[in-house]
Ligand binder design. Sequence first.
Ligand code: ZN
Length: 137
Amino acid sequence: MAEPGARPRPQPTEWSEGFWQACREGRLAIQRCDACLRLRHYPQPLCPLCRSAAFGWQTVSGRGVVYSYAVCHRAFHPAWAGAVPYVVATIELDEGVRMLADLRGVAPDEVRIGLPVRVCFERLDDAIVLPRFERDG
Ligand code: ZN
């Protein structure tokens, strides 16, 4: 049990462990249906297109653009009280998949839709390495 005020942690599941393993290795990997080869994120047990339960992991470029974003001015949890304001963005990867992540090193007044970004990683501990995104170029 985490102590009160401690940062909430991702809880890997049998469907998402491949994602977290790749992050620990410094790679961004997206779940791919073995039947129809469609990429999907977030990790889930069944393909939303063909309902197959067979899947693997595809390492992707880690490059994309800001599809949408929000600037958080109020911390939703005490662990983020010192971080506001910060930017959370939906990233559209070059491979067409969208994912939610923090933007690093991009001030709230600098972020814009279409901003080129690339993945970077933040190590919390031996088990969890978080994907983040930073300006690309
Ligand atoms: Zn499928």
